[in-house]
Design a protein. Structure first.
Length: 203
């Protein structure tokens, strides 16, 4: 695999003006740590590899994300790294909209070197415990009625996996006010009609 992948140049070139300096900086920083770090595109986003996946980055409409593959095993004495599930955004540093949102280069280089060391030591994440299936969420009448009025969204929703359906139902039923619930229903119908899952922005 080549150290540089021309598809990442194309990826960066197509992103918003705010995102390009962030992506270019992260890319240069990764390669500055080790010439053995290579890059590729997976699931439509740039990935950095060293004996397997090391880190990845992505740019969305209004923010970027950056994260390490084995982040739970990386030591963070600086208290800047967010672990999986701690924030809504993907990655380890929440929503990045400008270079100053990132930790210092010295800190990031430390994390990169730790990630490399984990690969050199053949680190394998511990097996996840089998999760207990969540109780199903009953379709509320108000959302069923909204779907019935939008046949395209209804057909797509019916083809979603149980987990995708649950994400939408949780989001809508957890709304605290009627106004919020109605806004979420309208947004859900729009996204579902486009074939998008609830968390499509972060995938």
């Amino acid at each position: 695999m080549e150290q540089y992948d021309h598809r990442i140049d194309e990826y960066i070139g197509k992103k918003a003006a705010f995102a390009q300096p962030i992506l270019k900086h992260l890319r240069a920083l990764m390669h500055s740590v080790s010439p053995q770090i290579t890059e590729t595109i997976k699931w439509g986003h740039p990935f950095f590899e060293y004996k397997g996946t090391l880190a990845n980055m992505a740019a969305f409409k209004e923010h970027c994300v950056f994260g390490f593959w084995n982040s739970t095993a990386i030591n963070d004495p600086y208290g800047v790294m967010q672990r999986p599930g701690e924030k809504e955004a993907a990655g380890n540093f929440d929503r990045i909209t400008k270079l100053s949102d990132l930790p210092s280069d010295e800190i990031l280089k430390d994390f990169i070197l730790q990630g490399i060391a984990l690969k050199d030591n053949n680190y394998k994440p511990s097996a996840k415990k089998a999760s207990v299936p969540k109780a199903p969420i009953e379709m509320p009448d108000y959302f069923a009625a909204a779907l019935a009025d939008n046949q395209k969204a209804l057909a797509i929703f019916q083809d979603f996996s149980p987990s995708c359906k649950r994400e939408y139902l949780e989001w809508i039923t957890e709304a605290k006010t009627d106004a919020t619930r109605q806004k979420r229903i309208e947004t859900a119908l729009e996204w579902i009609g486009e074939g998008k899952t609830r968390n499509w922005k972060y995938k």
